[in-house]
Design a protein around this ligand. Structure first.
Ligand code: PXL
Length: 266
């Protein structure tokens, strides 16, 4: 019997991030992927590779959700980029209408190309409507600062404080990803389950951010949870997969490389 995982996320037209990265990750981990599209992002090579952003109409998101959840018995879902308050509203109502074993939220906040005013509304809606539905949330340093209300995250102690603060907002498990943003030789992630802190650490591979790493990390956790893995072990698998995917990154004409999930051997 094949395990199934569901993702609600945006398309990133070059295939490095977004739902394309999620579905590749599911496949790499041997899980059948089902996807619902929330928006379409097309980088603009004429404007410094900024994001052109087009939301999918809320009723079309609801239709996709109905098709996916009626066709399969899905109990693990990853939520990626949503992008507007209206999208957040329909996704929150849809997800809340069914029971889930796990809801993994990658809290993608602002996106270049969106109006700052709209982005603030979006952050607030995400925090109020989607975060309380999540069982696992995977903010990067920027997202963690916003969600935790911290001015700076510059050390492992700060990652721990952010994880504890975000846990108080509802999710059972919080994984704050230090990535290349926290100084030091290692890429450190911190998991907090309400009681215990677990620190995951690997040597940094360069100092540049690689496109699709965050999407791939949360998708790998989701795929592992769909296979029945527990959260601490799912995070360990995700960390290894992302580290290998960054090591095997794909160069392009854009100013950033993209992760390659196919390098993971397990
Ligand atoms: O990596 C964050 C992300 C998620 N989802 C979509 C994106 C991006 C970044 O470009 O375009 C659709």
């Amino acid at each position: 019997m094949v395990n199934l995982a569901y993702v609600i996320a945006g398309s990133e037209a070059t295939g490095g991030a977004g739902i394309q990265a999620d579905l590749k990750t599911f496949q790499q981990l041997g899980v059948y992927g089902v996807g619902t599209l929330t928006c379409i992002v097309s980088f603009d090579p004429k404007a410094d590779w900024g994001h052109r952003f087009v939301p999918v109409a809320p009723e079309v998101i609801a239709d996709q959700f109905e098709a996916a959840t009626s066709t399969y018995d899905l109990d693990v879902v990853k939520i990626g980029m949503l992008g507007t308050p209206d999208t957040i509203d329909v996704v929150a109502r849809s997800v809340d209408s069914r029971p889930w074993h796990h809801v993994v939220l990658d809290p993608v906040l602002i996106c270049k190309g969106q109006e700052p005013g709209a982005a603030l509304d979006t952050d607030t809606a995400l925090r109020e409507k989607v975060l309380p539905l999540a069982t696992v949330v995977t903010p990067n340093v920027f997202e963690a600062r916003t969600l935790a209300g911290m001015d700076a995250i510059e050390s492992v102690d700060d990652l721990v404080e952010a994880a504890e603060r975000i846990h108080a907002l509802g999710p059972e498990f919080v994984v704050v990803k230090g990535g290349v943003e926290v100084p030091g030789p290692d890429a450190v992630d911190v998991l907090f389950d309400g009681q215990e802190i677990t620190v995951y650490s690997t040597e940094k591979i360069g100092q540049e951010r690689v496109s699709g790493a965050g999407c791939t990390f949360a998708a790998a956790i989701t795929a592992e949870l769909a296979k029945g893995t527990d959260v601490p072990r799912a995070v360990a698998v995700a960390k290894q997969l992302v580290t290998e995917a960054i090591g095997a990154r794909v160069a392009s004409n854009a100013p950033f490389d993209a992760v390659w999930q196919g390098a993971y051997t397990g």
